[in-house]
Design a protein around this ligand. Structure first.
Ligand SMILES: Cc1cc2nc3c(=O)[nH]c(=O)nc-3n(C[C@H](O)[C@H](O)[C@H](O)COP(=O)(O)OP(=O)(O)OC[C@H]3O[C@@H](n4cnc5c(N)ncnc54)[C@H](O)[C@@H]3O)c2cc1C
Length: 335
């Protein structure tokens, strides 16, 4: 296990804000993790688990211990003629897992191409993009109980998945550490092409998963900042889901408002549109700004402080609430 002291969070979070944690512990096995959890050192600290830091906004120094998994493996659990169940360690980079699936002709993960972060967080966040959520391919999540060190596994229904949400963000927040995740992939072609630019691929002869991946990566590169160049956490806010009656009033006032059905009597409205239509495109406070190519993103233009980011996201929430009567909720984990 590697223990770092006074570690710069800039280096391990994609928002690249200038803050530090007191300790960072990187463990490589469940045994190492258990030894750490049982130690007096661990019990003395406040602590939290991180992955690739791509959905974390530290608003100040973290006076405690950050845990990070270096458990990295991909293994076959079970295989039939038509499907395969793979287990991946929590520390595997998510997009490496996607690339592995594509290289081996396992279908189901390709629409989630290019999402930053790691396998462990995929199961916490229920990552989603281009019409697919990871819950559709997860079959089991293996964890360690932070207080007892015991291992426990959760089936997909037990994870209570919802839009960018799971039991690990609610009832079980701070209780379980994800050590590995099992995913079931199809060995026969099975594409989801219902979303945006993927629709154009539907009639392509000999369509491959790499066609889907390349289309997604190109689209993402065109509208989202590259975390290596511009700090961000991707979508800062969740798209609000509102009652149909409230939506009708909104549509009367703003006929062009985009919208999507979100279950009985509910409508999902893109938060990016609400922010842009409120005149906030490119609006900045200090070094933080509403990313002009995608208003759902708060970008660190290089010198943003945690205070700039907090002031900006609060300003956005206030402006949107005043204009539309809708409360935006951060998708990012604000710490
Ligand atoms: C440019 C950009 C684009 C993005 N695009 C998308 C997108 O299209 N779709 C999408 O869904 N998300 C997107 N995101 C958000 C982000 O990539 C996801 O939320 C991702 O799952 C976070 O993974 P991470 O490993 O970085 O986790 P972190 O940000 O480090 O942590 C996220 C949460 O998971 C918890 N966690 C992490 N690892 C573990 C573990 N092993 N056990 C228990 N809890 C753990 C943390 O405590 C925290 O609550 C984007 C982010 C960026 C910067």
């Amino acid at each position: 296990m590697k223990l770092h002291e006074n570690f710069p969070l800039k280096e391990i979070t994609t928002m690249h804000l200038d803050a530090r944690c007191r300790y960072l512990a990187e463990y490589s096995s469940i045994d190492e993790l258990r030894t750490l959890l049982a130690s007096p050192f661990f019990k003395e600290q406040k602590s939290m688990h991180i992955g690739g830091g791509s959905n974390l906004v530290f608003t100040a120094d973290y006076d405690g211990l950050l845990l990070h998994s270096q458990i990295k493996f991909i293994a076959t659990v079970e295989e039939t003629d038509t499907a395969i169940r793979l287990e991946a360690g929590a520390g595997v980079v998510w997009d490496d897992f996607v690339k592995y699936c594509i290289a081996h002709n396992y279908y189901g993960a390709e629409n989630l191409s290019g999402i930053p972060g790691e396998v462990g967080a995929s199961a916490v966040q229920n990552i989603g993009s281009y019409g697919v959520e990871v819950q559709e391919i997860i079959s089991c999540v293996h964890c360690v109980d932070m207080s007892t060190g015991e291992t426990i596994s959760f089936s997909t229904p037990e994870c209570k998945y919802a839009y960018r949400d799971s039991i690990f963000k609610n009832e079980f927040a701070g209780r379980y550490i994800v050590t590995s995740v099992e995913y079931t992939l199809s060995k026969t072609p099975r594409f989801t092409l219902t979303y945006g630019p993927l629709k154009e691929l539907a009639d392509k002869p000999g369509l491959t998963m790499n066609d889907v991946r390349n289309t997604i990566i190109n689209t993402r590169n065109g509208k989202l900042p590259n975390p290596d160049e511009t700090g961000s956490v991707g979508s800062f806010f969740k798209n609000p889901i509102i009652p149909e009656s409230q939506f009708k009033d909104l549509q009367n006032a703003y006929p062009a408002i985009p919208h999507y059905p979100a279950g009985e009597g509910k409508i999902k409205v893109p938060a990016g549109w609400l922010i842009e239509n409120a005149g906030l495109k490119g609006f900045g406070i200090g070094g933080a700004c509403v990313y002009p190519k995608q208003c759902l993103v708060i970008a660190n233009m290089g010198n943003a402080t945690p205070t700039d980011v907090v002031a900006l996201y609060r300003h956005i929430i206030g402006t949107v609430a005043n204009k539309y009567g809708i409360e935006l909720h951060p998708e990012a984990n604000i710490i």
